[in-house]
Design a binder for this molecule. Structure first.
Ligand code: NAP
Length: 302
């Protein structure tokens, strides 16, 4: 087997994403040793039981000490404090990365703490489920999914290339873009859909004329798919909307304009507009399936 890409990987956060990175890294023999840190004693104990990390530390600096790859894998709201805590122990040549769902705010929070000779290469694996915690991780999460790297200006190209090689070995495909462009793309492909799902599930819950049991009983009519997305982790999503508000508000404006077009078509019984709109959206769904980015189960229902 080839030599590991990194000697010691420190996972700061061992939930769905950190846990999956451990599984996939061990599957491929990509790192010599994996150590970690998590906020609660319960998660630290569970990460050891599951074999996600060989050692778990209650202090993030102890986990990062002597690591050549440090991964921030907590909700993004915790990054600034973690970066400040680990900065004094980071050695030149270390790569620090993250997995956060927003990028411009993360660069602003983390980069100022990085000592000379340490590269911060932000990353976002565009893969996930609605489950959280160390038990939620699995080795195949990143297979054939995209991971976006957003190296800030001044990052050594070798560091970006090494992290790209690592992500490809974890199973992912890799794209590189600027942090603001990432945030705009993800606002429309991920953040806005989550906001709509949270909102529609909330609306159904507030209706007085339809009882809660009816909403659940007839969920297969379409509501069900929104409930899956709206079950996503509340802290993680709070942080995403707090840190990518600008791009989300811009997309929300466009969304409201398009909704007005549909509202008008329904009011004036304009079937042609509705059918044209829905035909176009169906073609987008086919594009997602053809690109291999649909859930295997739902992809069958072409
Ligand atoms: P998760 O399953 O909830 O795990 C979060 C981990 O971070 C847990 O180990 C938690 O420890 C730890 N943690 C939380 N606050 C902390 C703090 N202040 N200090 C130290 N450790 C702390 O979350 P996740 O889904 O893996 O998400 C992690 C990151 O990945 C987020 O930044 C998110 O934006 C990004 N992401 C998520 C998805 C997704 O679908 N879930 C997809 C792509 C990217 P305790 O259990 O002890 O609290």
């Amino acid at each position: 087997m080839a030599a590991p890409l990194f000697r010691r990987m420190a996972l700061l956060g061992v939930g769905l994403i950190g846990g999956s990175m451990s599984h996939a890294a061990r599957r491929g023999g990509l790192v010599g040793e994996i150590v970690g840190h998590a906020k609660s004693e319960r998660t630290r104990a569970r990460a050891l039981e599951l074999g996600l990390c060989a050692k778990m530390y209650d202090n993030p600096a102890d986990a990062a000490r002597d690591a050549d790859l440090v991964v921030l894998a907590t909700p993004v709201g915790a990054y600034a404090a973690l970066a400040a805590a680990i900065a004094p122990v980071l050695k030149p040549g270390t790569i620090v990365t993250d997995v956060g769902s927003v990028k411009a705010a993360v660069v602003a929070d983390v980069l100022p703490h990085m000592p000379p000779g340490v590269d911060f290469v932000p990353a976002h694996p565009v893969a996930g489920t609605e489950h959280s915690g160390p038990d939620a991780g699995f080795a195949e999460l990143f297979d054939n999914r995209w991971t976006i790297l957003t190296p800030p200006e001044g990052t050594r190209p070798e560091a970006t290339e090494k992290l790209a090689t690592f992500w490809r070995a974890l199973g992912a495909r890799v794209d590189i873009m600027t942090p603001p462009h990432h945030d705009l793309v993800l606002a429309v492909t991920s953040h806005l859909p989550h906001l709509i799902a949270y909102n529609i599930v909330g609306t159904a819950n507030h209706l007085e004329a339809v009882t809660e049991s009816e909403v659940i009983k007839y969920a297969a009519g379409g509501f069900r798919d929104f409930t899956r997305i709206a079950a996503s982790d509340p802290v993680m999503w709070r942080d995403i909307f707090l840190t990518n508000g600008g791009a989300v508000l811009e997309m929300l404006g466009r969304f409201q304009e398009d909704l007005s077009v549909l509202t008008r078509a329904i009011r004036f019984k304009d079937g042609e507009t509705l059918e044209k709109f829905f035909t176009h959206t169906r073609a987008i769904r086919r594009g997602v399936i053809d690109a291999g980015q649909a859930d295997p189960e739902t992809a069958k229902k072409k």
